[in-house]
Each structure stands twice: as C-alpha cells, then as structure tokens.
Design a protein around this ligand. Structure first.
Ligand code: IPE
Ligand code: IPE
Ligand code: MG
Length: 265
C-alpha cells in the first residue's frame, strides 16, 4: 500500500495524537497593525512562531507538520511585501535548514518553484537532499502553493507518464503525483487569524481532515493553542462516511482482538 493513504480509499486508523497537522499561518499583518508596526514585523515574528510550532509538534509525537507560507494568490500583494517575504525566506533557509537537520527533521517544500529566483530553488533542493533520511518530523513548507495548481500539475504528470490512462483513471492513479504524495493526508487542519476558509490550500487532501479555526493571530500561536486544537480533535468522531454505531462495533472488535487467547490447561 502507498504510504500516503487516502481516506476515500481505505479508512485510516484513528490516533489520539494527529499524525499530520496542516496549518494556514494567518494574521501576521493584523498582529503588526495592532502594535502600530509595519506588516513585515508580523512576518518576522511569524518565523519565531514556526520554531515554536515545530518544537511543540515534536514534543507531542506529531510526525508531519505542513505550513502554508505563501499562496499562489499572494503574488497579488504589494511588491515591497513580496520582496520582503522572499528575502525572509532566503534568510530562514540559510540559517535554519542545518538546524532542522541537526534536530532530525526532514525538510520538504511543495508549490510551483518555477516562479522563485534560482537561488531560492537551489537552497530548497539542497535542504531537501540534506535532510531526506531524517525521520523525527517531516516539515513541509507550502510556498507558491495552490490546491488547484497541485491537482492540475498532478494530472499533467500522470498523463505524461501514462498516455493509455487518458480516458479512464481512478483516485489512486492520480494521488501519487500530488506534490505531497510522501505524506498521509492531514488529520488536523488549523487556521489562525479568524478567517474560516481554505484559501486554495490542500484542496484534495483535506477531504476528511478535521478542521479547527482559531482567532489567535499566527505570531501569538503557542504550544497551548496547539493543545486546544488537539483537544478539539480528540473530541471528534471521525466517521469517514460510516454511522456512529458502526464505529462503536468496529472499536469493540478491535479491542477484543487485543485480548490474548487463554492458554490451554
Ligand atoms: C499570513 O499573514 C502570512 C502570509 C500570507 C504570507 P497575513 O500577511 O495574511 O496577515 P493578515 O491576514 O493580513 O493579518
Ligand atoms: C493564506 O492567507 C495563505 C497563507 C497563510 C500563506 P491569506 O491571508 O493570503 O488568505 P486570504 O487571502 O485572506 O484568503
Ligand atoms: Mg491573511
């Protein structure tokens, strides 16, 4: 079976701690505005919060953390803000990738990298190669990412490799071409900053993800905000289309399977 299990193909096992958390880090600009500071100060603080989030995820045994850093629509922002974000991205890549590696973190980037300066792409590729064998946490940064872009690029790749598939193909034929095909689908989605929308993030992958929205602005996100999200996640019943009664029966069966058989006298 492919490691990136799909919730519409087979029902993933439910864990108390989400295996994969995906976050839309929103609210940097408003955080800065509240403090009469330029928006970029919010982005700078947002980087600090990324460190906090990584540490908190590792401590809680989360295996995959995916962070939306720059959307395919964020190019619509003022030029100065975009330049600052790109510069910040380069600085962070230079400073942090080695630290990620020392901490056993696998670093990945998803998104249309063709729009970035070659210097950025090179840093990304080097970082991915350096950390490829790490297993403590897989940290994915979505940069110039769009859910619709991902679906389209996957279809293009699939058709390029399987000309025979053009008339009929299934979910599983396509799934392997998504930018994040190495990860299971997110169990928990968090959006900070108060908006309750997906903003073209992981459209395909969020099909059965539990959604959590908080008014906390990203620079204020902390381990306790994460804990609140996890507590909310733990109160949910992940049914994947089944009824509550079916779930209870399958839970009972699983528990009975765990009881060791009695030894013969
Ligand atoms: C999220 O914070 C960071 C990026 C999109 C790069 P925003 O910059 O969107 O902050 P708000 O939503 O304006 O407060
Ligand atoms: C979503 O935030 C993208 C990132 C956090 C990178 P935005 O602030 O750009 O989202 P919208 O435009 O308010 O939906
Ligand atoms: Mg925003």
């Amino acid at each position: 079976m492919h490691p990136a299990s799909s919730s519409t193909h087979e029902i993933p096992e439910a864990h108390m701690i989400p295996r994969h958390v995906a976050i839309i880090m929103d609210g940097n600009g408003r955080w800065a505005k509240e403090r009469f500071m330029p928006r970029i100060a919010g982005h700078k603080h947002g980087v600090e919060t990324v460190r906090t989030a990584i540490k908190a995820c590792i401590e809680r045994g989360i295996n995959y953390l995916t962070l939306f850093a720059f959307s395919s629509e964020n190019w619509r922002r003022p030029t100065e803000e975009i330049s600052f974000l790109m510069q910040l991205f380069i600085t962070v890549l230079k400073q942090e990738v080695i630290k990620l590696h020392e901490n056993g973190i696998r670093f990945k980037v998803i998104g249309d990298l063709s729009k970035f300066e070659p210097k950025i792409t090179e840093f990304i590729r080097n970082g991915e190669t350096m950390t490829a064998a790490n297993t403590r946490l897989t940290l994915t940064i979505a940069a110039n990412y769009g859910g619709r872009w991902d679906i389209l690029q996957a279809i293009h790749k699939m058709l390029a490799q399987h000309t025979d598939l053009s008339s009929s193909f299934e979910e599983k034929d396509l799934a392997q071409y998504f930018a994040m095909s190495y990860a299971p689908e997110p169990d928990l989605f968090i959006r900070t900053g108060g908006e309750q929308r997906i903003s073209n993030f992981l459209l395909w992958h969020l099909a059965y993800t539990e959604l959590y929205f908080t008014d906390t602005l990203w620079p204020d996100f902390s381990a306790s905000t994460l804990d609140l999200a996890i507590q909310s996640y733990q109160r949910r019943e992940r049914r994947f289309g089944r009824t509550s009664e079916q779930l209870k029966i399958s839970k009972l069966i699983n528990e009975m399977r765990k009881i060791p058989p009695k030894k013969m006298a």
